[in-house]
Design a protein around this ligand. Structure first.
Ligand SMILES: CC(=O)N[C@H]1[C@@H](OP(=O)(O)OP(=O)(O)OC[C@H]2O[C@@H](n3ccc(=O)[nH]c3=O)[C@H](O)[C@@H]2O)O[C@H](CO)[C@@H](O)[C@@H]1O[C@H](C)C(=O)N[C@@H](C)C(=O)N[C@H](CCC(=O)O)C(=O)O
Ligand SMILES: Nc1ncnc2c1ncn2[C@@H]1O[C@H](COP(=O)(O)OP(=O)(O)OP(=O)(O)O)[C@@H](O)[C@H]1O
Ligand SMILES: N[C@H](CCC[C@H](N)C(=O)O)C(=O)O
Length: 515
């Protein structure tokens, strides 16, 4: 079983060519002197894998210390599957020593082997990021949206594209399901090498803070790095907001040829250098600036000014946050040589992003919108923009994910209360947590607006629809494109777009044929 697509032609890499990365090694059980590494390491590798049961013949097995286990516990399995060497730390070396000596394969030692997996994979698969335009987008919210807009622009410009992110991973027209926002380093390098084999010229990818901290984008050279905005998230993984910010800042440490920052976000723009490209909705001195002209339903029209001049642009997504996302897309496209007119018409060809401000009610008098907002700033951005186009009330339905950053829950409730007219708190993906306790945490900061606390997502949606009147908007937040709900003991089918459209149809607001 292949964990991820791999290139078909891989030149075996001599293990000796990894000597500069290592702090030491053992070969057939004998310790190799650090200054003798290159001379002592025989053998070649054709791949690298992080999981014992997924090793392919010829792979280096990277046996890493994890949150739950040490990968070196699975060395025997990796060897049995054909591993040619084990890359690990001091603790892993103790665990794997006997198996490696018995099999006669080297143990490659490093202080932080996880941080090396990207560089090693890049060496094995020919440094693919240096042979195509790799565009990396980070930010608390907006990564997926910006990637979709850029990819539409690249395709319009005649490029052969790849996209790697939360919703999908598509390389030259072939889609594979995304397990993570940013893949593990071996998978990423292999994907980029496959992309090259298939004639891909430009890849746009989301870069999460987990990815930067865990070295998943090691070995990548970026043509462009873009930063959407900074907000609250992932404090279950990062110690505090400063550490979270520093993780994202790593993308702007010189690994990208062009850096693009949102000048309207104080934290983000603090990373600017003299050569940084900036964008803004408020400051015409930014490299890229846009001023709104008109709104038509969910469509926006505006003037964009960049280094090539000013042009009129259309975006089929509502909200100022999406106008900002579009600016980052134009700036990124320009950085890889797409002319402004092609960029604006390409972005205008994007019909929208799955589960982001997705209208599920057609032209019905009660509007139903599904959005992935699951962070306080995203909730504010979405509800504020819906208020602008809603003559009646905005009814927000939201919960929060279990086994994820609990500190954002009350902030999410507060953001919803500040921007909606009615708040319905329900379940998101409870995972192993008590759903009632998560709901209570979200509800704890809701004040000044009517608020209901409802167990069961479908029940909440149906109650919201029953309370709605013509002119109202129901905003179902948090799960966007997801098609399942993760409960403690099982994963069930759950697609917000289906839930809301069906409830609106059953209430007679939209015709069933439209669902
Ligand atoms: C925090 C984090 O990212 N953890 C990742 C990490 O887990 P870990 O190293 O702690 O794993 P572990 O279970 O302790 O195992 C240790 C090692 O033993 C190996 N092992 C383990 C068991 C086994 O049977 N055989 C085996 O070989 C594992 O492959 C691993 O290398 O390595 C695992 C294997 O590669 C990943 O599955 C896991 O990702 C988790 C599931 C994950 O996806 N985390 C999320 C939070 C994440 O990364 N999210 C970001 C951000 C999303 C956003 O912006 O919203 C993302 O980029 O998706
Ligand atoms: N620039 C932005 N500023 C604030 N909120 C935004 C912005 N762009 C998108 N959002 C909101 O965040 C939600 C998620 O957007 P998107 O999927 O593009 O971001 P993301 O960074 O990929 O998110 P995640 O890390 O959760 O996968 C959207 O549904 C919308 O509610
Ligand atoms: N990539 C994010 C998605 C969160 C989506 C939300 N529905 C939740 O379950 O919290 C995570 O896994 O933390």
């Amino acid at each position: 079983m292949l964990d991820f697509p791999r290139p078909t032609n891989t030149e075996p890499l001599p293990l000796a060519k990894l000597a500069d990365l290592l702090t030491g090694a053992t070969n057939g059980g004998t310790t190799v002197e650090p200054d003798n590494l290159a001379a002592s390491l025989g053998g070649h590798a054709t791949g690298i894998s992080l999981a014992g049961h997924l090793v392919q013949r010829g792979d280096i097995y990277a046996a890493l210390a994890g949150a739950n286990r040490h990968g070196a516990e699975f060395s025997a399995q990796a060897i049995q599957r054909g591993a040619v060497a084990i890359l690990t730390d001091e603790r892993g070396a103790q665990l794997a020593a006997e198996d490696a000596a018995e099999a006669g394969i080297p143990l490659l030692l490093a202080t932080n082997p996880r941080a090396l997996t990207g560089e090693i994979a890049a060496r094995i698969w020919g440094r693919p990021s240096e042979h195509l335009n790799l565009i990396g987008i980070t930010g608390t919210s907006g990564k997926t949206s910006v990637c979709y807009l850029i990819e539409a622009g690249l395709r319009h410009a005649g490029r052969t594209t790849g996209i790697i992110g939360t919703v999908e991973t598509t390389i030259a027209g072939e889609t594979i399901p995304s397990k993570r926002t940013t893949p593990e380093a071996p998978e990423l390098q292999a994907l980029l090498a496959v992309a090259l084999e298939r004639g891909v010229t430009d890849v746009v990818m989301e870069v999460s803070s987990h990815a930067l901290t865990l070295g998943r984008v090691g070995g990548c050279r970026f043509a462009v790095a873009g930063y959407t905005m900074f907000g609250t998230d992932h404090l279950d993984f990062h110690r505090d907001l400063d550490e979270y910010f520093q993780a994202k800042a790593e993308l702007f440490d010189g690994r990208a040829t062009v850096e693009i920052l949102n000048a309207d976000d104080e934290r983000v723009i603090s990373l600017a250098k003299p050569e940084t490209v900036t964008y803004s909705l408020t400051d015409p001195r930014a490299t890229w600036y846009a001023a709104s002209t008109a709104r038509e339903g969910f469509d926006q029209h505006f003037f964009v000014t960049g280094p090539e001049g000013t042009t009129e642009a259309t975006l089929h997504m509502p909200g100022r946050h999406n106008m900002a996302n579009a600016l980052l897309a134009y700036a990124s496209l320009s950085a890889v040589g797409v002319p402004l007119d092609t960029a604006t018409s390409g972005v205008a060809s994007c019909p929208g992003v799955p589960g982001r401000m997705e209208l599920v009610s057609g032209t019905a008098p009660v509007r139903g919108v599904v959005d992935y907002a699951h962070k306080p700033e995203a909730i504010s951005a979405v509800l504020d923009s819906l208020q602008e186009t809603t003559p009646g009330r905005v009814i927000a339905i939201l919960g929060a994910g279990g086994d994820r950053d609990a500190s954002k829950r009350a902030l999410m409730g507060r953001a919803a209360a500040a921007s909606a007219d009615l708040v319905m708190i329900t379940d998101d993906n409870p995972r192993t947590e008590d759903p009632a306790s998560i709901r209570a945490q979200v509800a704890s900061a809701v004040q000044a607006v009517p608020c209901r606390n409802i167990s069961g997502r479908e029940v909440a949606v149906r109650e919201a629809v029953a309370m709605a009147a013509p002119g109202d908007t129901i905003a179902l937040l948090g799960k966007g494109h997801e098609t399942t709900q993760e409960l403690a003991d099982r994963v069930i089918e759950c697609d917000d777009r289906v839930l809301l459209a069906r409830a609106l149809a059953d209430a007679g607001w939209v015709t069933p044929a439209a669902v």
